[in-house]
Design a protein around this ligand. Structure first.
Ligand code: SF4
Ligand code: SF4
Length: 471
C-alpha cells in the first residue's frame, strides 16, 4: 500500500503505485489538454508530482515534447543561471564484497587488480587534483568490512581536508559509500562531509534482487531506506540516482521522484542532488545483458522531465557521457559535472590513464582545463563554489533559499570568485583569456550594487594573492 511518509521501502516506493502511475501516463500520453495543464503548473516552478511528471515523460505529441524541452531550459535558466559546478571523483578502494552484476568491482571478479589507497597515496592523489584546480571531490569506495571500514573512510576524509598544497584546498568532500547505519552516518556528518550520495541503481525490487545476488547490498529495503537513516544521522544533503538501463526507464523515473517526495514529506527536505548515470561498457560486464539501455533522445527527455519535476534539486552528469551528450544535458537541466576524471583507484597520480581498475569507461577524456574552456565557450560560468555548506546553508535552510530563487544572489558572485582563483592558479593562457572575458560579461548580472562592489574588490584581492572569499 502506497504511503509517502512510511519508513518502509516497499510502502514509499510502492510497486502498485508505480504500475498505476505508468498506466495513467500511458492513458494520457496523447491527452493535449492534460499535458498543457501540467505544463502550466510546471511553469510556476513549484515542481510536479511523480504522476504528472510521468505523463510528460510518456507524452508522444511532438509539439508538447518541444514545449517540455523548452520548459526545462527555462527552469534551468531561472534557477541556476549559467553557472555549472565542477567536481571530481576520487576512488579510494575497489575492494568490494557485493555482487552487483553491472559493476566490475563485484567481489567475484578475479580479472582486476584490487587496490586500496594508503593515506600517503591519498595525499598524492589530492595534491594532483588540487594542481588541476579542483575544490570539490566525491569519494568513492567499494563495500568491504575489513579493507574499507568506516574508520578508513573517516581517516581519509580527514586527510583530504588537511592538505593545503600551494594555493589548493579541497573545500567539500561528498561521499559515495555503501548504505550503512545511523551511527556511521552520524560519524560522517561529524567529519564534515558535503552530500552523502547513494545510487538506488534500480527501484524495481525484483530486478534489484537479481542484479544484487550477494553481499549486504542485496537487501533491497536496507539499501532503499539508507537516506532515511542518513537524515536521522544528521546528514541533510543527500544525493539520489538510478543507473538508467538496468530496468524500464519510466519505472525508474517514477520511483526516483517518489523517493524525492518521500524525503520531502518525511524530513521536510528533498534530495540535494539527483545523478543520472547510464549503464556503459566496463571490464567483465556484458552490455548485451542489459536490454533496457536507453538512447540519447530518451536520456535527454528524462533529464528535462526531472528538471521540471524538481526544479530546486541540483542535477549531476559524469564523464561516462560524451562531450556532445553533456552539452545537450547542460542545456536541459544539469547543474554539476565532473571534469578531468579518472575512475580508477590511484588514477590521478599516473601519467597514463590506468584502465585495469576503472569502475566504468570514461567517454569524456578531456583535461579539466579543456572542460573549463569548453564550458565558457558554450556561454557557461564554471564554478568551484563550495560556499553553502561552509556557511551552514544545508538541508531545509538551503532548500528555502533555493525555492525562493534567492540562492542565485550567492551562486553567480561565488562562481566568478572561484573562476578567478582558477584562472590565477591553474588555467592555461587560452583558458585565462576566455575566463577574463566571462568575468567581464557576467559581472553586470550581479545586480545588487553592494554585492557587485564587494565582488569587484575581492576579484582584485585574488589577483593580489588572497583566496577563499565567499558570499
Ligand atoms: S556498485 Fe558498488 S557495491 Fe556494487 S560491486 Fe560496484 S563498488 Fe561494489
Ligand atoms: S552558493 Fe551554494 S548553491 Fe550556489 S554554487 Fe555555491 S554552494 Fe552551490
Amino acid at each position: 500500500m502506497y504511503h509517502v511518509t512510511s519508513r518502509k521501502a516497499e510502502e514509499f516506493i510502492d510497486h502498485g503505485e508505480i504500475q498505476e502511475t505508468l498506466a495513467y501516463a500511458d492513458a494520457h500520453k496523447e491527452d493535449a489538454v492534460l499535458i498543457s495543464s501540467i505544463l502550466r503548473k510546471a511553469k510556476e516552478g513549484k515542481g510536479l508530482d511523480h504522476r504528472e511528471a510521468s505523463v510528460l515523460l510518456a507524452c508522444t505529441l511532438p509539439d508538447k515534447n518541444e514545449e517540455i524541452l523548452n520548459m526545462a531550459k527555462k527552469i534551468k535558466e531561472d534557477y541556476y543561471g549559467n553557472r555549472i559546478v565542477l567536481f571530481a571523483p576520487l576512488y579510494l578502494s575497489n575492494y568490494c564484497i557485493n555482487g552487483c552484476t553491472y559493476c566490475p568491482y563485484h567481489g567475484k571478479n578475479k580479472t582486476i587488480p584490487r587496490v586500496k589507497l594508503t593515506q600517503d597515496q591519498i595525499r598524492a592523489e589530492v595534491m594532483a587534483l588540487q594542481d588541476m584546480g579542483h575544490k570539490r571531490l566525491a569519494i568513492e569506495s567499494g563495500e568491504h568490512p575489513i579493507y574499507n571500514p568506516i574508520a578508513y573512510i573517516l581517516e581519509s576524509i580527514d586527510t583530504i581536508y588537511s592538505i593545503k598544497h600551494k594555493n589548493g584546498a579541497i573545500r567539500r568532500v561528498n561521499v559515495n559509500i555503501a548504505a550503512t547505519t545511523v551511527e556511521e552516518y552520524k560519524m560522517l556528518h561529524d567529519a564534515g562531509i558535503g552530500t552523502y550520495i547513494l545510487f538506488q541503481e534500480t527501484y524495481h525490487k525484483e530486478s534489484y534482487e537479481q542484479l544484487h545476488p550477494t553481499g549486504p547490498k542485496s537487501d533491497y529495503a536496507y539499501h532503499t531506506e539508507a537516506m532515511d537513516r542518513a537524515m536521522e544521522g544528521g546528514i541533510d544533503d543527500v544525493g539520489l540516482g538510478v543507473l538508467f538501463g538496468l530496468e524500464k526507464y519510466r519505472y525508474e523515473f517514477a520511483g526516483l521522484l517518489m523517493h524525492a517526495e518521500h524525503l520531502e514529506a518525511t524530513f521536510g527536505v528533498g534530495p540535494h542532488t539527483i545523478s543520472v548515470p547510464r549503464i556503459c561498457p566496463a571490464e567483465d560486464i556484458d552490455l548485451n545483458a542489459f536490454t533496457d539501455a536507453i538512447a540519447d533522445d530518451t536520456f535527454a527527455k528524462i533529464i528535462a522531465c526531472i528538471r521540471i519535476a524538481v526544479p530546486y534539486t541540483g542535477m549531476i552528469i559524469s564523464t561516462r557521457e560524451s562531450a556532445k551528450m553533456r552539452a545537450r544535458a547542460l542545456d536541459l537541466g544539469i547543474s554539476q559535472i565532473s571534469g578531468g576524471s579518472r575512475t580508477s583507484v590511484g588514477g590521478y597520480t599516473t601519467e597514463e590513464r590506468p584502465e585495469d581498475t576503472v569502475q566504468f569507461d570514461v567517454s569524456d577524456r578531456r583535461s579539466l582545463d579543456e572542460v573549463m574552456k569548453w564550458l565558457m565557450e558554450l556561454g557557461y560560468v564554471p564554478s568551484f563554489c563550495t560556499a553553502c555548506y561552509r556557511e551552514g546553508r544545508t538541508g531545509d535552510r538551503f532548500m528555502a533559499l533555493c525555492k525562493a530563487k534567492q540562492i542565485q544572489n550567492c551562486c553567480l558572485p561565488n562562481a566568478l570568485l572561484t573562476l578567478k582563483e582558477y584562472l590565477s592558479d591553474y588555467a592555461s593562457p587560452a583558458t585565462q583569456i576566455e575566463g577574463e572575458r566571462i568575468i567581464k560579461q557576467f559581472m553586470p548580472q550581479v545586480t545588487n550594487p553592494v554585492a557587485r562592489d564587494t565582488l569587484a574588490n575581492r576579484l582584485t584581492l585574488i589577483e593580489q594573492g588572497e583566496r577563499d572569499f565567499r558570499f
